[in-house]
Design a protein around this ligand. Structure first.
Ligand SMILES: Nc1ncnc2c1ncn2[C@@H]1O[C@H](COP(=O)(O)OP(=O)(O)OP(=O)(O)O)[C@@H](O)[C@H]1O
Ligand SMILES: [Mg+2]
Length: 339
């Protein structure tokens, strides 16, 4: 893939262990997040999107651990750093977290501390990473809160998280993540709780960060409208595997995997008019503790064959492209395309 990679995730496996059972939440996932580009990660609930992002940050939930694989951060000054080799509480990891690699969580209270004023938390973050005066950090905090559309920022800067509404907390957390212009921004459903005008403002800020600072963005979202708007690259996940990936043009304009095609057929596309034929994906995602032995999508797939029941198909990259598909029958699935 053209363009410099900032984060390489290689054969990542992150498993959960509960009551002597193992959930292979992320099972052999590889991808690159490129400098100044936005990688959108899509897939149904429970497919491992959040666990993948938390693995990069090394902020995994209890009972889970990185089992195998590597997460490499290509720094501009210190060469390649293998994040997955650093202890999650090591000094080095803590230094990267927040400054170089920032994350916007699904739940804002995982990032905001309830006992400190919002403004102080953001200003502290700025000062921890950029040596500037308190007054300067406060000025930049105020500016950020304004950009996030927080009403009355001069007053709100000195309030505690519980005095903010849910949507405002979300925006404060985004301000916190963006406060020191990170190299990499991991955004997990950053705007789900927000109304559309604020959503648009936040995506505009993310685009600005990407274009002006060359920030590499990983954006997890359910909203295909957002994907079409924001993505340079797309990663489609299903039950812990990447089933299709490539540039936005490759994956969205020419989806090949039956799952991606079903996913795209299950949503309304803005601008396509009201006569769209919406097809929900049949069946449900399997129980993660009782998975199909082969391709995870096989029980719901119209093109499944014996081979799919036996094992997960290998990755196949279409020659001369970056378009990867993990399906042995994608040609069959696409045979009527372009008619
Ligand atoms: N804290 C946890 N404890 C136990 N299992 C978990 C935990 N968090 C996630 N999992 C399991 O890991 C798998 C992947 O979950 P993950 O949260 O990454 O999904 P997701 O793709 O982010 O879904 P969503 O779209 O709903 O946010 C699921 O099977 C889920 O049940
Ligand atoms: Mg999630």
């Amino acid at each position: 893939m053209a363009g410099e990679s900032v984060i390489s995730v290689r054969h990542l496996k992150t498993y959960f262990y509960t009551e002597k059972r193992c959930n292979k939440a992320v099972n052999d996932v590889s991808f690159e997040i490129r400098k100044g580009k936005c990688l959108c990660v899509v897939g149904e609930s429970g497919c491992g999107k959040s666990v993948t992002a938390s693995s990069i940050m090394q902020l995994l939930p209890r009972l889970s651990r990185i089992e195998e694989g590597e997460i490499i951060y290509h720094t501009h000054d210190k060469g390649d750093v293998v994040l997955s080799d650093l202890g999650k509480n090591s000094k080095e990891m803590r230094a990267y977290r927040g400054k170089n690699i920032a994350m916007i969580f699904q739940d804002p209270m995982t990032a905001l501390n309830p006992v400190f004023k919002v403004g102080n938390q953001i200003a502290e973050n700025i000062r921890q990473h950029d040596k500037c005066s308190k007054a300067e950090a406060r000025k930049r905090t105020l500016e950020l809160l304004k950009q996030m559309g927080i009403p009355e920022p001069e007053r709100r800067i000195d309030q505690y998280p519980h005095e903010y509404s849910g949507g405002m907390r979300q925006r404060a957390m985004i301000a916190l993540a963006m406060s020191c212009s990170p190299d990499v921004l991991l955004a997990d459903e950053p705007t789900t709780a927000l109304d559309v005008t604020i959503q648009a403002q936040i995506f505009e800020l993310m685009t600005k960060l990407k274009e002006e600072n060359d920030t590499a963005i990983l954006l997890i979202t359910h909203d295909m409208g957002v994907v079409c708007e924001m993505a340079d690259d797309v990663l489609v996940m299903y039950m812990g595997n990447v089933v299709e990936s490539g540039t936005a043009r490759e994956v969205l304009k020419n989806p090949k995997h039956p799952y991606t095609r079903a996913l795209l057929a299950s949503i309304l596309v803005l601008g396509k008019g009201k006569d769209q034929n919406i097809q929900p994906i049949r069946g449900m995602t399997p129980n993660p503790y009782n998975r199909p032995p082969g391709c995870q999508f096989e029980p719901r797939c119209d093109f499944a064959c014996e081979a799919c029941r036996e094992r997960m198909p290998d990755e196949e990259v279409i020659e001369g492209t970056t378009h990867m598909i993990r399906c042995c029958n994608w040609r069959e699935a696409c045979k009527n395309d372009g008619e």
